[in-house]
Design a protein around this ligand. Structure first.
Ligand code: PMP
Length: 437
């Protein structure tokens, strides 16, 4: 087996991953709901890898599709060339996206999707002769990836702080990060609209005609699973429309079934101008991302004032044949298993299991939507994050993979999770909470 020394000899771990350092975790296999660790232990995957293996690991149909494609056509550039599966995939995605979102630009990751969406937003306004629209508005606690664009609109301070200067023309709305506000907003229909009014205030400070786009995760993911208050997304849509601002939903986590519909936009009945996606697009078997674009944006980009705008953008691996094959197979699997419906069906059980933890030690708050959940733990005096890390670590030793972000436990299992597995997962968390000091 690979030793820790051998791993650390040449590896550059940029992410300070304390859990990993204290106990290297090497997986040598994965099937369905489980990883197989190097020591043979089977670990129930409570994170779908990293919010991405929505249909569970090792889906045969996806594996076969990748192998067949690799043998047939390994690569073709997206610059002046392409291949049939790319067009087929764009069509299949347009079919499940909210109506009106019908063109797809392919990328290789969520970060590239966000950077691409921001560039499309500026390109859209420029093509319409509104080059002054350069500003982006996003939210505190937002996670939009690691590229310079995505990082600039991200609102998680720890991610941003060592890398400035970032894009200057970004404002962060402070709402959806204040736990009391969010807790209060539950069951308060008027509060969603009230939160969105913060956007109006920002627009009153800036000239709205300088704003290119508002970007939000419909459900804040990595920042701690904050579902939107009732009416909030509708109000954002209305304010953006009134001010000629594009609305971008970053659905890298919520896309492909995580909240019980193809996209959160479908689930909430609010249609943005652009959707960014990745992760579940190929069931994570091959890296791939995309930006789904409305007809309105597409038409403006394609027309431009007398086609004077070139808008040069693209990646070597855009619409990579292996990724397209994997994504088409993943969509087949999602459809055959009726996986989005299954996620919606099992979500109430998931919710009940999550909230049954409320009297366990150290709990401050529990949030959930679809097959997502976050559990905030009270930080240990003088050691923020330690309790979360210990809890995740104990779960792992017990055979369950969950994620700790500081003192927030994050859960996002494959959508194929069964009732008994949900019970076992939360029982493991309960045991861990009882054991951590
Ligand atoms: N946006 C959101 C909402 C995400 O959750 C993530 C990744 N967790 C990204 C963008 C970045 O995706 P990637 O890591 O594939 O670049």
């Amino acid at each position: 087996p690979l030793t820790r020394e051998a791993m650390e000899a040449f590896w550059l771990p940029m992410t300070p991953n304390r859990q990993f350092k204290s106990k290297p975790r090497l997986f040598v296999g994965a099937e369905g709901m489980h990883y197989v660790a190097q020591d043979g232990q089977r670990i129930l995957d409570g994170m779908a890898g990293l919010w991405c293996v929505n249909a569970g690991h090792g889906q045969r149909r996806i594996v076969d599709a990748i192998q067949t494609q690799a043998a047939k056509l390994d690569f073709v550039s997206s610059f002046q060339m392409s291949h049939p599966a790319a067009f087929e995939l764009a069509g299949r995605i347009a079919q499940i996206a909210p109506s009106g979102l019908d063109h797809v630009f392919f990328t290789n990751s969520g970060s590239e999707s966000v950077d691409t969406a921001l560039k499309i937003a500026r390109g859209y306004h420029r093509a319409r002769g509104e080059a002054s629209r350069i500003r982006f508005i996003s939210r505190a606690k937002a996670y939009h990836g690691m590229g310079w664009g995505g990082l600039s609109v991200s609102g998680i301070v720890r991610h941003r702080r060592d890398f400035g200067p970032l894009l200057p023309e970004v404002d962060h709305l402070s709402h959806t990060h204040n736990p009391e506000q969010m807790a209060f907003s539950r069951g308060q229909p008027s509060w969603g609209a009230h939160l969105a009014d913060e956007l109006e205030k920002l627009l009153a400070i800036h000239d709205p005609s300088t704003v290119a786009a508002v970007i939000v995760e419909p459900v804040t993911g990595s920042g701690g699973v904050f579902p939107p208050p009732v009416g909030y997304l509708e109000r954002l849509r209305e304010i953006c429309d009134r001010n000629g601002i594009l609305l971008i939903f970053d659905e890298v986590i919520t896309g492909f079934g995580r909240v019980g519909a193809a996209f959160a936009a479908n689930a909430f009945g609010v249609t943005p101008d652009l959707i960014t996606c990745a992760k579940g697009m190929t069931n994570a078997a091959v890296p791939m991302g995309g930006v789904i674009v409305s007809g309105k944006v597409y038409d403006a980009l394609m027309a431009g004032p007398e086609n004077t705008i070139e808008l040069f953008h693209g990646y070597t691996y855009s619409a990579h044949p292996l990724a397209c094959a994997a994504a088409l197979a993943a969509l087949d699997v999602y459809q055959d298993l009726a996986l989005f419906e299954q996620a919606r069906r099992i979500a109430p059980l998931w919710e009940a299991a999550a909230h049954a933890l409320k009297d366990a030690p150290h709990i401050i708050d529990i949030r959930n939507i679809g097959l997502l959940a976050a559990i905030d733990l009270r930080p240990r005096d003088g050691a923020p994050g330690a309790r979360g890390a210990e809890c995740a670590s104990r779960c792992y030793d017990d055979g369950f993979l969950i994620r700790a972000s500081g003192d927030t436990l994050l859960l996002s299992p494959p959508l194929i999770i069964e009732e008994e597995q949900i019970a076992a997962l939360f029982a493991a968390i309960r045991r861990a909470l009882a054991a951590v000091g």
